[in-house]
Every structure is written in structure tokens, then in C-alpha cells.
Design a binder for this molecule. Structure first.
Ligand code: NAI
Length: 336
């Protein structure tokens, strides 16, 4: 078999650490070209001469990029992620198949969502800095018990279910909303499905675990935020576009919300995953968000565990091997 050549966009050092050790299969000679740049219309030409490409969440395939890739003879697009809202599937339909890693570690993301909640509520991030400065006061660090509070989980797929189970372990009441409810699971774990509007009204904590689709883009908007309980907390490890960030800022300025913990942000591709500490942040919405004492922002790191990175590398390479060796397309994303 001829060596298969893959252009690997938006490479980070940890990608090499997890992919390189798996590239030793003599039966499937595969060469990855690690590129630091992100894929988009201006960089798609770099895929010329390769058999396929491998991309992550902030690479973008719009219609123009899709066309360039197709004309260059790219045979497959392998996502190193579960979410695929960054890919214009319609533009690729019937031209280039797209495969993904549907599950790498739902535990990684669920555990992280809960860690954001605990940090924001109990302010351990502030306590850490204070104590390092010799400030041992407790003023302003009070939180609330999670026990017997109400958590609302929006999206009970793999990640939402685990998050719900962890929160049940704290003794929380858990409400859920999903267009495809899992009745047996809910019964087994004491979770109650209700409609989304009611969930938003009743919950002390709302955690988003649904994919970003055209239908639910910015569904957490001014109306939804104003119907949340005063003092409620919102956690987003799903996708930034689920929340209208300007409306969130408005709700925070009104002192209506207890806080927000965000691992994802609508315009994150401009900043997330990179060190911009020496520069002025030009995104005024992000900059405003960063000023709130009750907002915790992290840079899309919920997935970032050893177990998840191993699973991403293994599944991505298996997706490529089965495509090039057997013309199989496991984990292909189908368009409707
Ligand atoms: P999944 O596909 O197992 O579950 C998603 C669930 O959301 C499904 O049950 C679906 O029916 C439901 N859903 C769809 N639209 C909905 C809506 N409007 N309201 C309520 N529920 C809705 O996906 P999984 O693996 O649980 O991941 C969820 C999302 O988490 C992914 O789509 C991705 O955007 C995000 N994610 C974030 C990561 C991070 O590092 N921050 C890492 C991995 C995933």
C-alpha cells in the first residue's frame, strides 16, 4: 500500500505526543504533515498534494474552503472532535466524506462542567490567588450548598447524562430537556424531563450539553436569561453559539444572574487555544465578559484529559485506516 498523506491542521504540541506513537503500523503507512495554521479559505491551498486532511474545532470549512479542498482531490476530512458545527456539510455533500470522533471521553467534559460549577460557586480560583498574596480573609468568598438545589441539564446525550448523574450524587434535584428523552435512564437516576422553558425558569444551575445547530443558535438569549431565577448560574461547555453573549452581558450587568462559567465562546476561534497575553484584546464583547467578578472563562479545555487525547488519536487514525484500506466510513457525518 502506498503511503497515505494527511495534512493535519491547527497542530498543537500535545497532538504530536498522542498521534506520533500510533504511526508505526507497517500495514498502514501513514504520514501526517503537522501544520500550525488553521484551515480556512486562505490556508486551504496547503492541502494540495495530500490524500486527506485532519482538523479540529476552530478550523473552518465554509463553501469556499470546501470547493478548494474538492478541486485539490482531498478524499476525506477527519475531524479530531465530536462537534462539527464548523463544517459546511451541505457544501461537501457528495464530494468529500467527513468522519469524526463521536465519543472520546464524555467523562472528561462532564467532570469539567462540574468543576467549573464548583469553582464559580465556591470561588476557589479567587481563594488561591488571595492566599498566595498573603490575604487570608474570607470576605466575598461565600457560595451556596448544591445539596437540594435544582440543576437543569439541556441535552442529555453522553455528556449531559454523566453530568446529571454527578449532580445527583451531590443530592441535587435534576431536571432535563432533550427532544429525544431517555425515559429509562431518567427513571433509573431520578431525573425529571420537562420542557425547556420550564427548566430554565426552575433551575438554580443550568448546564448546556446540546450541539450547536441552526435551530438552537443563541437560544439562551435575553428572554431565556430574564426568565432564569435571580442568582442562577449558567454553565456552558457545549458551544459558544448557544448563548447570545451580548444578552448574557446585559443579564450580568442587571445583576440578575448569579454567574456564568464558560468553556466556549461564540467568537472563540480568534483567541482560544493561543497565548495572547502580550496583546490588547480587540474583541470588546470578550473583554467585557472578562471583567465580571462572577464570570469564569476557560479556553475550550473541557475535553483536555489524557484519556480523551488518546481516544481522539486512536479513533482518528482508525477512521483513516478503514477509509483508505477498506473504503469504509465509520463515524461518517451524514447530511439529512
Ligand atoms: P450527544 O450527541 O451524545 O448528545 C447531544 C444531545 O443533545 C442529544 O441527546 C440531542 O438529542 C440533544 N439535543 C439536540 N438539540 C437539543 C436542544 N435544542 N435542546 C436540548 N437537547 C438537544 O453529544 P455529546 O457527546 O453529549 O456532546 C454534546 C456537545 O458537547 C457536543 O455537541 C459539543 O458541542 C460539546 N462538546 C464540548 C467539548 C469541550 O471540550 N468543551 C468536548 C466535546 C463536546
Amino acid at each position: 500500500m502506498e503511503t497515505v498523506k494527511i495534512a493535519f491542521f491547527d497542530t498543537k504540541p500535545y497532538d504530536r505526543d498522542y498521534f506520533d506513537p500510533l504511526l508505526k503500523d507497517p500495514a498502514f503507512p501513514l504520514k501526517l504533515k503537522y501544520l500550525n495554521v488553521r484551515l480556512g479559505p486562505d490556508t486551504a491551498a496547503l492541502a494540495s498534494g495530500y490524500d486527506g486532511i485532519c482538523i479540529f474545532v476552530n478550523d473552518r470549512i465554509d463553501a469556499v474552503t470546501a470547493d478548494i479542498l474538492y478541486r485539490q482531490g482531498i478524499k476525506i476530512i477527519a475531524l479530531r472532535s465530536a462537534g462539527y458545527n464548523n463544517v459546511d456539510l451541505e457544501a461537501l455533500r457528495g464530494k468529500i466524506p467527513v468522519v469524526r470522533v463521536p465519543a472520546y471521553s464524555p467523562h472528561a467534559v462532564a467532570e469539567y462542567a462540574v468543576s467549573l460549577l464548583l469553582t464559580l460557586n465556591r470561588k476557589t480560583h479567587k481563594a488561591y490567588s488571595r492566599v498566595r498574596e498573603g490575604n487570608f480573609s474570607l470576605a466575598g468568598l461565600e457560595g451556596f450548598d448544591l445539596y437540594q438545589k435544582i440543576a437543569g441539564i439541556i441535552g442529555t446525550g453522553q455528556i449531559g447524562k454523566i453530568t446529571a448523574e454527578i449532580l445527583r450524587g451531590f443530592g441535587m434535584e435534576v431536571l432535563a430537556s432533550d427532544p429525544y428523552p431517555s425515559a429509562e435512564w431518567a427513571k433509573a437516576h431520578g431525573v425529571l424531563y420537562i420542557d425547556r422553558e420550564e427548566l430554565i425558569r426552575r433551575s438554580d444551575i443550568i448546564s448546556l450539553h446540546c450541539p450547536l445547530t441552526p435551530e438552537n443558535r443563541r437560544f439562551i438569549n435575553r428572554g431565556a436569561l430574564s426568565s432564569m431565577k435571580p442568582g442562577a448560574i449558567i454553565i456552558n461547555t457545549g458551544r459558544g453559539g448557544l448563548i447570545d453573549t451580548r444578552d448574557l452581558i446585559y443579564a450580568l450587568k442587571e445583576n440578575h444572574l448569579g454567574g456564568a462559567a464558560l468553556d466556549v465562546y461564540e467568537e472563540e476561534d480568534r483567541y482560544f487555544f493561543e497565548d495572547h497575553s502580550g496583546q490588547v484584546i480587540q474583541d470588546d464583547v470578550l473583554a467585557r465578559l472578562m471583567t465580571f467578578p462572577n464570570v469564569l472563562i476557560t479556553s475550550h479545555q473541557a475535553f483536555f484529559t489524557r484519556e480523551a487525547l488518546s481516544a481522539i488519536a486512536e479513533t482518528t487514525l482508525e477512521n483513516l485506516r478503514r477509509f483508505f484500506e477498506k473504503n469504509e466510513r465509520p463515524h461518517e457525518i451524514k447530511t439529512a
